[in-house]
Design a protein. Structure first.
Length: 646
C-alpha cells in the first residue's frame, strides 16, 4: 500500500534489485527512465535486499523489479509489489544460439519449473537442450555441478547461475536481454501508477469516513478491522490508528456478541447509549469478503424520524394512485376507467358509489391525477372518522380564540388547503346534518367561512365524494339532505363489488402479493414480478374466485398478507389449497351469516330480488345501465336493492 509520502511524490519510486550481470544491465538502462520514474538500482539480493527494503522507512519504494529467484524470494518477504523479469522467446532463442557456439552440449537453467512454452519452442526449432531448474541458491550450485558432471559445455541462465557456471569452467550466456528488462520497468511503472491511484482513493475515502456523523467500521472476512472512523473509535474508547488488523471481538467483545448474524439492523447499547447498528456487505467485495457496520445514535434516528414525519405532514396532500393502479379487465372495471377519463376533463362534482373496500379513494386519486388540477393538492378526509365538532374545525378551519384550545393565529381548514386542487369527502353519508348545510354553501358559492369568523374565503376546488350507503335511503329517513345529494350527484361512478368481477380476483391477488413481497426481503427473490406471483397463486385461483368477498379488495388484501407471511417462512414455489385452508378458513365457509330458512319473509324477498338483479347484471356483462333498462328500475334502486342483502 502506498504511504502518504509516496502519494505526494510526483514520480513513482522504483527499485531495481539484482546482483552480478543483472545489476550491470539495470545501470545501463536506468537513465532511460529518469524522467517518468525515480529509479534506483540496488545491488542487493535475497536477505540483503530484504534488509535494505525494511530500512527504507518513509522512502519505501512503490514497486521492486528483480530477477527470477531473487524476485520470487522478495515476493514472500516484503510488503511491496514485486515485478519479476520474464525472458521473452526471442531472449531464449538468442541465448541458446550463442551458447551453441561455445559447446555442443547446452543446458537451459531457470528458476522454478521450465515453462512449457520454452520446451515447445525448442522442440519446434529442433534445438537439442538440457532443461534444468532450481529453487534456492543452494539448488543452483547443485544444479550447475550436476550439469558439469554430465558434460554440459555451456549454460544459459540468470546472472547467479551464469556466475556459477563460469567458476566451474563452463561457457555461460546471460538469459536476460535489455528488451526483457525494459518490459519489466514498463510494467513496474504501470503497477506504481495504479498503486498510487489506489492510495489516493483510499486517502479520500478515509477522509470521507472521518467526516461522517455516524460511526463506521469495515471488517474483513475474519472479523478484523480494516478501517474505522474516529467517531466510532471515540464511542468504543479505542485508538483508531492501532485498531487496524485487530478483531472487533477483541476490541469490543460486548458489541461484537450483540451484532446480527445476517445483514440488517439491530439495537446495541454502548456505554449506556443505544445505537442502531446496520450490517451490510462491503460493496462489490462479495458476500464472504467483509462487512460494513454503521452506528447511528438512536436519539438522532428518533429526531430524524420526527423531522421526516413533520415534512410528510406538510406534503401529505398528494395523490399516490394513478388509473393504471386500478387492476382488472372485466367490463365493469373498463367502464369505470372510461368514466374516470371522461370525468377528469370536467370540474363538475362527482359522487363515487361502492361498497367498503372497492377502491373509491383510488378512483378519486386517479381522476385527480388525470385532471388539470394534478399539480395542486389532493385533500382527503373521512367524514365518518371525526366527531362533529372536530370535523367542523378540520373542514372549515377556525380563527384564533374561536374556542378553547384554538391554535394561536388560527388554522386553515382542509377545504382551504384544497384550493386549486381536489377535495375528496369519503363516507359523505356519515356527515352530520348541521355540517351538510355548511358544505352545501361551499358547493354552491365556492367560499368557506372559518369558525369564529364572518369573512368568507374564496376557494377554487373540485369536490369528489364517496359513500358505501344508499343516500336515497338517508333522504327518506331524514339523515341526509336531499339538496346536498343533488348537488353531489352531478356525475356518478359506481364501483362493482369484488364478487361481481370474479375474473379479476386472481390478477388482483397477484398484484397484491407482488406488493407484499416488495416489503418482505425473504419473499422478494421468489416473487419478483407479476408472472411469478401468478404462478405462486395458481393452485388457489378457484377458492379465491368462489368466495363472496364481503370486504372486497380490502379483505382480499388481508388474505394475501397472510399468504405472504406464510410463504416467507417456507421455500414453497406455490401456495396450495391446503395451506389456504389454514391461513384463511373463512374462504371455505358461506359468507352469509344465516341460512335462508332462518330469514324473515321480508329478508328472503330482498335476497330473491338481489339474486335476480345479479343474474341480469351477469347477462348484461356487468353493464348496469343495460341491466336497469331490462329490469325497469333506476341505478339508485339497483344499488339500494343489492346493498339490502349485505
Amino acid at each position: 500500500m502506498s504511504t502518504p509520502s509516496s502519494v505526494s511524490n510526483p514520480r513513482p519510486r522504483i527499485w531495481a534489485m539484482g546482483i552480478s550481470r543483472l545489476s550491470n544491465l539495470f545501470v545501463d538502462i536506468a537513465s532511460e527512465y529518469a524522467g517518468p520514474a525515480d529509479l534506483r538500482v540496488v545491488p542487493r539480493g535475497f536477505d540483503d535486499a530484504v534488509q535494505e527494503i525494511e530500512a527504507a522507512g518513509a522512502e519505501l519504494p512503490d514497486v521492486i523489479v528483480a530477477g527470477g529467484s531473487n524476485g520470487a524470494y522478495l515476493k514472500t518477504r516484503v510488503n511491496v509489489p514485486v515485478v519479476v523479469i520474464t525472458p521473452t522467446g526471442f531472449d531464449v532463442m538468442q541465448a541458446l544460439a550463442r551458447a551453441r557456439r561455445d559447446g555442443n552440449s547446452v543446458a537451459l537453467v531457470t528458476h522454478g519449473d521450465t515453462p512449457d512454452e520454452v520446451k515447445r519452442f525448442t522442440a519446434a526449432y529442433g534445438i537439442d537442450v538440457i532443461f534444468a531448474s532450481y529453487r534456492s541458491t543452494e539448488d543452483a550450485e547443485d544444479c550447475v555441478r550436476e550439469l558439469r558432471e554430465r558434460g554440459v559445455d555451456a549454460v544459459v541462465g540468470p546472472g547467479h547461475v551464469t556466475d556459477l557456471a563460469e567458476r566451474a569452467g563452463m561457457g555461460a550466456v546471460f538469459l536476460y536481454s535489455r528488451a526483457s528488462v525494459r518490459s519489466a520497468f514498463d510494467t513496474a511503472l504501470e503497477v506504481a501508477q495504479a498503486t498510487r491511484a489506489e492510495g489516493v482513493r483510499r486517502q479520500r475515502l478515509d477522509n470521507l469516513l472521518q467526516h461522517l456523523r455516524d460511526g463506521v467500521v469495515a471488517l474483513d472476512a475474519q472479523g478484523r478491522v480494516e478501517a474505522i472512523n474516529q467517531r466510532l473509535a471515540g464511542v468504543l474508547g479505542i485508538d483508531a490508528a492501532s485498531a487496524a488488523g485487530v478483531p472487533l471481538q477483541q476490541l469490543a467483545p460486548d458489541i461484537a456478541g450483540a451484532l446480527p448474524d445476517n445483514d440488517g439492523d439491530t439495537l446495541v447499547s454502548v456505554r449506556g447509549t443505544s445505537y442502531l447498528v446496520h450490517r451490510g456487505p462491503l460493496a462489490g467485495a462479495g458476500p464472504s469478503a467483509g462487512t460494513v457496520l454503521t452506528f447511528q445514535e438512536s436519539r438522532a434516528v428518533e429526531r430524524l424520524d420526527r423531522t421526516l414525519r413533520s415534512r410528510q405532514r406538510a406534503q401529505q396532500f398528494t395523490a399516490r394512485y394513478e388509473l393504471d393502479d386500478l387492476v382488472g379487465e372485466c367490463p365493469s372495471i373498463e367502464r369505470v376507467r372510461t368514466l374516470v377519463r371522461r370525468y377528469a376533463k370536467s370540474d363538475a362534482t362527482v359522487l363515487i358509489l361502492g361498497e367498503s373496500g372497492t377502491g373509491k379513494e383510488m378512483v378519486a386519486q386517479s381522476m385527480h391525477q388525470l385532471s388539470a388540477r394534478r399539480d395542486f393538492a389532493f385533500v382527503a378526509i373521512n367524514c365518518g372518522a371525526f366527531p362533529e365538532a372536530l370535523l367542523e374545525s378540520e373542514l372549515f378551519g377556525y380563527e384564533e380564540g374561536a374556542f378553547t384550545g384554538a391554535r394561536k393565529g388560527g388554522k386553515a381548514g382542509l377545504i382551504e388547503a384544497a384550493h386549486r386542487g381536489t377535495l375528496f369527502l369519503d363516507e359523505i353519508g356519515e356527515m352530520p346534518l348541521p355540517l351538510q348545510s355548511r358544505l352545501l354553501r361551499v358547493l354552491q358559492e365556492r367560499e368557506v367561512v372559518r369558525l369564529g369568523s364572518t369573512e368568507p374565503t374564496r376557494v377554487d376546488i373540485r369536490v369528489v365524494a364517496a359513500t358505501h350507503r344508499a343516500l336515497t335511503e338517508g333522504i327518506e329517513d331524514g339523515t341526509f339532505r336531499a339538496d346536498l345529494y343533488y348537488r353531489l350527484n352531478i356525475l356518478s361512478v359506481a364501483l362493482p363489488p369484488l364478487r361481481e368481477r370474479t375474473t379479476d380476483v386472481l390478477p388482483l391477488a397477484a398484484e397484491l402479493l407482488l406488493q407484499a413481497a416488495a416489503r418482505e426481503p425473504r419473499l422478494a427473490a421468489r416473487v419478483f414480478d407479476l408472472p411469478a406471483a401468478t404462478r405462486v397463486l395458481a393452485q388457489i385461483g378457484e377458492p379465491l374466485r368462489g368466495y363472496a368477498w364481503p370486504g372486497n379488495v380490502r379483505e382480499l388484501q388481508n388474505v394475501i398478507e397472510r399468504i405472504a407471511v406464510e410463504l416467507a417462512d417456507t421455500q414453497d414455489d406455490t401456495f396450495t389449497r391446503e395451506m389456504l385452508d389454514v391461513v384463511a378458513p373463512e374462504l371455505f365457509v358461506s359468507s352469509r351469516p344465516q341460512k335462508k330458512g332462518a330469514l324473515t319473509l321480508r329478508e328472503r324477498s330482498r335476497h330473491v330480488e338481489a339474486d335476480e338483479i345479479r343474474a341480469m347484471l351477469a347477462a348484461c356483462g356487468g353493464d348496469r345501465d343495460a341491466a336497469c333498462r331490462a329490469l325497469g328500475i333506476s341505478k339508485t334502486t339497483l344499488w339500494r336493492k343489492l346493498n339490502a342483502t349485505q
